[in-house]
Design a protein around this ligand. Sequence first.
Ligand code: MN
Length: 344
Amino acid sequence: MKMTFRWYGIDDKIKLEYIRQIPNMYGVVTAIYDVPVGNVWPEEKIANLKNICNENGLTMEVIESVPVHEDIKLGSGKRDEYIDNYCQNIRNLAKYGVKCICYNFMPVFDWTRTQLDKIAVDGSTSLVYYADQLKNMDPRTGDLNLPGWDASYKKEELISLLDKYKEIDEEKMFENLIYFLKRIIPVCEECGVNMAIHPDDPPWSIFNLPRIITCEKNIDRMLKEVDSPCNGLTFCVGSLGASKNNDIVRLVDKYSKMGRIHFMHIRNVKLVENGFEETAHAQSYGSMDIVNIVKTLYKNNFDGYIRPDHGRMIWGETGKPGYGLFDRALGAVYINGIIDSLKY
Ligand SMILES: [Mn+2]
Protein backbone atom coordinates (compact mmCIF):
# COMPACT_ATOMS: atom_id res chain seq x y z
CA MET A 1 0.00 0.00 0.00
CA LYS A 2 1.35 3.38 -0.94
CA MET A 3 0.37 6.16 1.46
CA THR A 4 -0.52 9.45 -0.18
CA PHE A 5 -1.93 12.83 0.82
CA ARG A 6 -4.19 15.15 -1.11
CA TRP A 7 -2.52 18.43 -1.99
CA TYR A 8 -4.20 21.34 -3.78
CA GLY A 9 -1.16 22.59 -5.65
CA ILE A 10 1.07 25.58 -4.97
CA ASP A 11 -1.84 27.66 -3.66
CA ASP A 12 -2.48 25.09 -0.94
CA LYS A 13 -1.37 26.58 2.36
CA ILE A 14 -0.22 23.12 3.43
CA LYS A 15 3.34 22.91 2.25
CA LEU A 16 4.89 19.87 0.61
CA GLU A 17 7.69 20.07 3.19
CA TYR A 18 5.11 19.39 5.88
CA ILE A 19 3.47 16.55 3.98
CA ARG A 20 6.85 14.94 3.46
CA GLN A 21 7.40 14.88 7.23
CA ILE A 22 4.40 12.62 7.84
CA PRO A 23 5.96 9.16 8.35
CA ASN A 24 5.84 6.75 5.39
CA MET A 25 4.46 9.32 2.98
CA TYR A 26 4.94 8.07 -0.58
CA GLY A 27 3.44 10.87 -2.59
CA VAL A 28 0.75 13.44 -3.16
CA VAL A 29 -2.54 13.26 -4.94
CA THR A 30 -3.12 16.47 -6.82
CA ALA A 31 -4.49 18.11 -9.98
CA ILE A 32 -4.29 21.13 -12.25
CA TYR A 33 -6.91 23.51 -10.90
CA ASP A 34 -6.80 26.45 -13.28
CA VAL A 35 -7.89 24.87 -16.55
CA PRO A 36 -11.65 24.89 -17.26
CA VAL A 37 -13.40 21.52 -16.95
CA GLY A 38 -13.28 19.60 -20.22
CA ASN A 39 -10.13 21.20 -21.61
CA VAL A 40 -6.73 19.62 -22.17
CA TRP A 41 -4.22 20.32 -19.41
CA PRO A 42 -1.10 21.92 -20.89
CA GLU A 43 1.86 19.55 -20.66
CA GLU A 44 4.01 22.31 -19.24
CA LYS A 45 1.71 22.64 -16.22
CA ILE A 46 1.79 18.88 -15.63
CA ALA A 47 5.60 18.83 -15.89
CA ASN A 48 5.92 21.74 -13.45
CA LEU A 49 3.63 20.18 -10.90
CA LYS A 50 5.46 16.87 -11.06
CA ASN A 51 8.82 18.61 -10.64
CA ILE A 52 7.67 20.50 -7.57
CA CYS A 53 6.44 17.26 -5.99
CA ASN A 54 9.59 15.34 -6.84
CA GLU A 55 11.86 18.13 -5.59
CA ASN A 56 10.12 17.75 -2.25
CA GLY A 57 10.67 14.00 -2.14
CA LEU A 58 7.12 13.08 -3.07
CA THR A 59 5.74 11.20 -6.08
CA MET A 60 2.84 12.41 -8.23
CA GLU A 61 1.36 9.13 -9.45
CA VAL A 62 -2.27 9.81 -8.61
CA ILE A 63 -4.41 12.62 -9.98
CA GLU A 64 -7.57 13.59 -8.14
CA SER A 65 -9.45 14.52 -10.14
CA VAL A 66 -9.60 14.91 -13.85
CA PRO A 67 -13.17 16.25 -13.78
CA VAL A 68 -15.73 14.96 -16.25
CA HIS A 69 -17.59 17.65 -18.20
CA GLU A 70 -21.36 17.82 -17.62
CA ASP A 71 -21.97 17.23 -21.36
CA ILE A 72 -20.43 13.77 -20.94
CA LYS A 73 -22.65 13.00 -17.96
CA LEU A 74 -25.69 14.35 -19.81
CA GLY A 75 -24.74 12.57 -23.03
CA SER A 76 -25.33 15.73 -25.04
CA GLY A 77 -23.71 18.82 -26.46
CA LYS A 78 -20.03 18.51 -27.15
CA ARG A 79 -19.67 15.13 -25.43
CA ASP A 80 -17.42 13.55 -28.03
CA GLU A 81 -15.11 16.53 -28.15
CA TYR A 82 -14.78 16.50 -24.37
CA ILE A 83 -14.09 12.77 -24.39
CA ASP A 84 -11.33 13.32 -26.94
CA ASN A 85 -9.85 15.91 -24.61
CA TYR A 86 -10.14 13.50 -21.70
CA CYS A 87 -8.22 10.87 -23.69
CA GLN A 88 -5.53 13.43 -24.42
CA ASN A 89 -5.28 14.23 -20.71
CA ILE A 90 -4.81 10.54 -19.94
CA ARG A 91 -2.00 10.30 -22.50
CA ASN A 92 -0.31 13.45 -21.26
CA LEU A 93 -0.50 12.45 -17.61
CA ALA A 94 0.88 8.99 -18.38
CA LYS A 95 3.88 10.64 -19.99
CA TYR A 96 4.70 12.22 -16.64
CA GLY A 97 4.40 9.03 -14.62
CA VAL A 98 0.76 9.21 -13.54
CA LYS A 99 -0.59 5.71 -12.88
CA CYS A 100 -4.02 6.36 -11.45
CA ILE A 101 -6.75 8.90 -12.18
CA CYS A 102 -9.56 9.47 -9.70
CA TYR A 103 -12.77 10.92 -11.10
CA ASN A 104 -16.44 10.94 -10.29
CA PHE A 105 -19.67 10.87 -12.23
CA MET A 106 -21.84 12.90 -9.87
CA PRO A 107 -24.19 15.31 -11.63
CA VAL A 108 -23.65 19.05 -11.05
CA PHE A 109 -22.51 18.82 -7.45
CA ASP A 110 -19.58 16.95 -6.07
CA TRP A 111 -19.63 15.77 -2.47
CA THR A 112 -22.30 17.38 -0.35
CA ARG A 113 -22.56 18.22 3.34
CA THR A 114 -25.09 20.38 5.13
CA GLN A 115 -22.74 21.92 7.70
CA LEU A 116 -18.99 22.39 7.63
CA ASP A 117 -18.17 23.26 11.19
CA LYS A 118 -20.14 21.05 13.53
CA ILE A 119 -18.50 21.28 16.93
CA ALA A 120 -17.81 17.95 18.66
CA VAL A 121 -17.57 17.48 22.44
CA ASP A 122 -13.78 17.72 22.28
CA GLY A 123 -14.01 21.12 20.55
CA SER A 124 -12.90 19.90 17.13
CA THR A 125 -15.09 20.70 14.13
CA SER A 126 -16.04 18.52 11.22
CA LEU A 127 -18.34 18.15 8.24
CA VAL A 128 -21.78 16.67 8.72
CA TYR A 129 -24.82 15.76 6.66
CA TYR A 130 -28.27 16.01 8.23
CA ALA A 131 -31.35 15.26 6.13
CA ASP A 132 -33.41 17.95 7.86
CA GLN A 133 -30.79 20.59 7.05
CA LEU A 134 -30.72 19.46 3.41
CA LYS A 135 -34.45 20.15 3.14
CA ASN A 136 -33.73 23.83 3.69
CA MET A 137 -31.15 23.99 0.93
CA ASP A 138 -32.21 24.92 -2.59
CA PRO A 139 -29.50 25.03 -5.25
CA ARG A 140 -31.81 26.99 -7.57
CA THR A 141 -31.46 30.10 -5.43
CA GLY A 142 -27.85 30.26 -6.67
CA ASP A 143 -26.42 31.32 -3.34
CA LEU A 144 -25.42 27.95 -1.97
CA ASN A 145 -21.71 27.56 -1.80
CA LEU A 146 -20.15 24.47 -0.36
CA PRO A 147 -16.71 22.94 -0.84
CA GLY A 148 -16.58 20.32 -3.53
CA TRP A 149 -19.07 22.34 -5.55
CA ASP A 150 -18.13 24.20 -8.66
CA ALA A 151 -18.64 27.78 -7.56
CA SER A 152 -18.09 29.15 -11.04
CA TYR A 153 -21.68 28.64 -12.21
CA LYS A 154 -23.81 31.73 -12.45
CA LYS A 155 -27.32 31.33 -11.07
CA GLU A 156 -28.91 31.10 -14.55
CA GLU A 157 -26.36 28.55 -15.71
CA LEU A 158 -26.97 26.42 -12.67
CA ILE A 159 -30.74 26.49 -13.17
CA SER A 160 -30.43 25.59 -16.83
CA LEU A 161 -28.05 22.73 -15.97
CA LEU A 162 -30.41 21.42 -13.30
CA ASP A 163 -33.24 21.57 -15.86
CA LYS A 164 -31.23 19.49 -18.33
CA TYR A 165 -30.96 16.75 -15.73
CA LYS A 166 -34.75 16.50 -15.56
CA GLU A 167 -34.48 14.37 -18.70
CA ILE A 168 -31.84 12.09 -17.21
CA ASP A 169 -32.79 9.17 -15.01
CA GLU A 170 -30.38 6.70 -13.43
CA GLU A 171 -30.54 4.36 -16.41
CA LYS A 172 -29.62 7.13 -18.85
CA MET A 173 -26.85 8.29 -16.56
CA PHE A 174 -25.50 4.77 -16.50
CA GLU A 175 -25.53 4.53 -20.27
CA ASN A 176 -23.62 7.80 -20.46
CA LEU A 177 -21.00 6.49 -18.03
CA ILE A 178 -20.55 3.30 -20.04
CA TYR A 179 -20.27 5.29 -23.28
CA PHE A 180 -17.52 7.37 -21.69
CA LEU A 181 -15.67 4.33 -20.30
CA LYS A 182 -15.78 2.45 -23.59
CA ARG A 183 -13.99 5.36 -25.18
CA ILE A 184 -11.39 6.08 -22.50
CA ILE A 185 -10.46 2.63 -21.16
CA PRO A 186 -8.68 1.48 -24.37
CA VAL A 187 -6.50 4.59 -24.07
CA CYS A 188 -5.74 3.70 -20.45
CA GLU A 189 -4.79 0.16 -21.45
CA GLU A 190 -2.47 1.57 -24.07
CA CYS A 191 -0.63 3.86 -21.69
CA GLY A 192 -0.83 2.01 -18.37
CA VAL A 193 -3.19 4.26 -16.44
CA ASN A 194 -5.87 3.01 -14.08
CA MET A 195 -9.16 4.86 -13.88
CA ALA A 196 -10.62 4.93 -10.37
CA ILE A 197 -14.20 6.17 -10.09
CA HIS A 198 -15.11 7.79 -6.79
CA PRO A 199 -18.51 6.80 -5.40
CA ASP A 200 -21.25 9.37 -5.12
CA ASP A 201 -21.07 11.14 -1.79
CA PRO A 202 -23.49 10.71 -0.12
CA PRO A 203 -24.51 7.51 -1.94
CA TRP A 204 -28.09 8.53 -2.67
CA SER A 205 -29.93 11.04 -4.82
CA ILE A 206 -29.93 14.66 -3.65
CA PHE A 207 -31.93 17.55 -5.13
CA ASN A 208 -33.68 14.98 -7.36
CA LEU A 209 -30.50 14.41 -9.36
CA PRO A 210 -29.63 10.87 -10.46
CA ARG A 211 -26.72 9.26 -8.64
CA ILE A 212 -25.43 5.86 -9.69
CA ILE A 213 -22.16 4.86 -8.02
CA THR A 214 -23.87 4.16 -4.76
CA CYS A 215 -24.08 0.42 -4.10
CA GLU A 216 -22.69 -3.03 -4.88
CA LYS A 217 -25.18 -3.80 -7.63
CA ASN A 218 -24.33 -0.67 -9.60
CA ILE A 219 -20.59 -0.99 -9.04
CA ASP A 220 -20.76 -4.59 -10.25
CA ARG A 221 -22.54 -3.46 -13.38
CA MET A 222 -20.02 -0.69 -14.04
CA LEU A 223 -17.07 -3.07 -13.67
CA LYS A 224 -18.69 -5.78 -15.77
CA GLU A 225 -19.86 -3.67 -18.68
CA VAL A 226 -16.33 -2.46 -19.28
CA ASP A 227 -14.41 -5.44 -18.01
CA SER A 228 -10.82 -4.22 -17.98
CA PRO A 229 -8.41 -4.06 -15.02
CA CYS A 230 -7.97 -0.38 -15.91
CA ASN A 231 -11.62 0.24 -15.11
CA GLY A 232 -11.59 0.34 -11.33
CA LEU A 233 -12.54 2.12 -8.17
CA THR A 234 -11.54 4.75 -5.73
CA PHE A 235 -13.01 2.93 -2.77
CA CYS A 236 -14.11 5.75 -0.50
CA VAL A 237 -15.00 4.23 2.86
CA GLY A 238 -16.76 7.32 4.16
CA SER A 239 -18.85 7.79 1.00
CA LEU A 240 -20.10 4.24 0.55
CA GLY A 241 -20.20 3.73 4.31
CA ALA A 242 -22.70 6.55 4.78
CA SER A 243 -25.33 4.05 3.67
CA LYS A 244 -26.11 1.23 6.07
CA ASN A 245 -26.86 -1.00 3.09
CA ASN A 246 -23.20 -1.13 2.06
CA ASP A 247 -21.25 -3.83 3.90
CA ILE A 248 -17.89 -2.11 3.65
CA VAL A 249 -15.47 -4.81 4.83
CA ARG A 250 -17.07 -7.37 2.55
CA LEU A 251 -16.97 -4.99 -0.42
CA VAL A 252 -13.33 -4.07 0.21
CA ASP A 253 -12.56 -7.80 0.30
CA LYS A 254 -14.50 -8.53 -2.87
CA TYR A 255 -13.19 -5.68 -5.03
CA SER A 256 -9.59 -5.89 -3.83
CA LYS A 257 -9.56 -9.62 -4.61
CA MET A 258 -10.79 -8.76 -8.09
CA GLY A 259 -7.91 -6.29 -8.44
CA ARG A 260 -10.35 -3.50 -9.17
CA ILE A 261 -9.52 -1.14 -6.29
CA HIS A 262 -6.79 1.23 -7.42
CA PHE A 263 -7.12 3.89 -4.75
CA MET A 264 -8.47 3.82 -1.19
CA HIS A 265 -9.94 6.80 0.65
CA ILE A 266 -10.05 5.96 4.32
CA ARG A 267 -12.08 7.96 6.77
CA ASN A 268 -14.52 7.30 9.52
CA VAL A 269 -18.12 8.47 9.70
CA LYS A 270 -20.62 8.15 12.49
CA LEU A 271 -24.07 7.22 11.25
CA VAL A 272 -26.77 9.09 13.11
CA GLU A 273 -30.53 9.00 12.82
CA ASN A 274 -30.86 11.68 10.17
CA GLY A 275 -27.51 11.44 8.40
CA PHE A 276 -23.85 11.18 9.32
CA GLU A 277 -20.98 13.03 10.95
CA GLU A 278 -17.33 12.88 9.94
CA THR A 279 -15.12 11.90 12.86
CA ALA A 280 -11.51 11.13 13.73
CA HIS A 281 -10.12 8.19 11.77
CA ALA A 282 -9.78 6.05 14.91
CA GLN A 283 -12.19 3.12 14.94
CA SER A 284 -14.14 3.88 18.12
CA TYR A 285 -15.07 7.40 16.99
CA GLY A 286 -17.37 6.37 14.18
CA SER A 287 -19.32 3.54 12.61
CA MET A 288 -16.67 2.25 10.19
CA ASP A 289 -14.64 -0.88 10.89
CA ILE A 290 -11.38 0.85 9.94
CA VAL A 291 -9.12 -1.83 11.44
CA ASN A 292 -10.72 -4.66 9.50
CA ILE A 293 -10.81 -2.61 6.30
CA VAL A 294 -7.03 -2.16 6.49
CA LYS A 295 -6.52 -5.79 7.56
CA THR A 296 -8.53 -6.97 4.58
CA LEU A 297 -6.48 -4.88 2.17
CA TYR A 298 -3.28 -6.20 3.70
CA LYS A 299 -4.47 -9.82 3.55
CA ASN A 300 -5.34 -9.39 -0.13
CA ASN A 301 -1.91 -7.89 -0.90
CA PHE A 302 -3.43 -4.60 -1.99
CA ASP A 303 -0.58 -2.64 -3.57
CA GLY A 304 -2.47 0.41 -4.77
CA TYR A 305 -2.66 3.91 -3.35
CA ILE A 306 -4.29 4.85 -0.10
CA ARG A 307 -4.94 8.17 1.58
CA PRO A 308 -6.51 9.51 4.72
CA ASP A 309 -9.68 11.24 3.62
CA HIS A 310 -11.31 14.28 5.21
CA GLY A 311 -10.05 15.27 8.60
CA ARG A 312 -11.51 17.39 11.38
CA MET A 313 -10.20 20.84 12.21
CA ILE A 314 -8.10 20.55 15.37
CA TRP A 315 -5.41 22.47 17.27
CA GLY A 316 -6.72 25.80 16.06
CA GLU A 317 -6.11 25.05 12.40
CA THR A 318 -8.30 26.80 9.84
CA GLY A 319 -8.52 26.24 6.12
CA LYS A 320 -10.25 24.18 3.49
CA PRO A 321 -12.99 22.21 5.26
CA GLY A 322 -11.98 18.56 5.52
CA TYR A 323 -8.48 19.27 4.23
CA GLY A 324 -6.41 20.58 7.10
CA LEU A 325 -2.97 19.14 7.78
CA PHE A 326 -3.18 17.99 11.38
CA ASP A 327 -6.08 15.59 11.53
CA ARG A 328 -5.34 14.05 8.15
CA ALA A 329 -1.76 13.48 9.29
CA LEU A 330 -3.11 11.76 12.40
CA GLY A 331 -5.29 9.65 10.10
CA ALA A 332 -2.29 8.60 8.00
CA VAL A 333 -0.35 7.67 11.11
CA TYR A 334 -3.27 5.71 12.51
CA ILE A 335 -3.62 3.73 9.27
CA ASN A 336 0.13 3.15 9.15
CA GLY A 337 0.00 1.87 12.72
CA ILE A 338 -2.53 -0.75 11.71
CA ILE A 339 -0.41 -1.73 8.71
CA ASP A 340 2.77 -2.00 10.82
CA SER A 341 1.00 -4.18 13.37
CA LEU A 342 0.26 -6.62 10.54
CA LYS A 343 3.66 -6.37 8.95
CA TYR A 344 5.96 -6.86 11.93
MN1 MN B 1 -13.42 10.20 -0.81
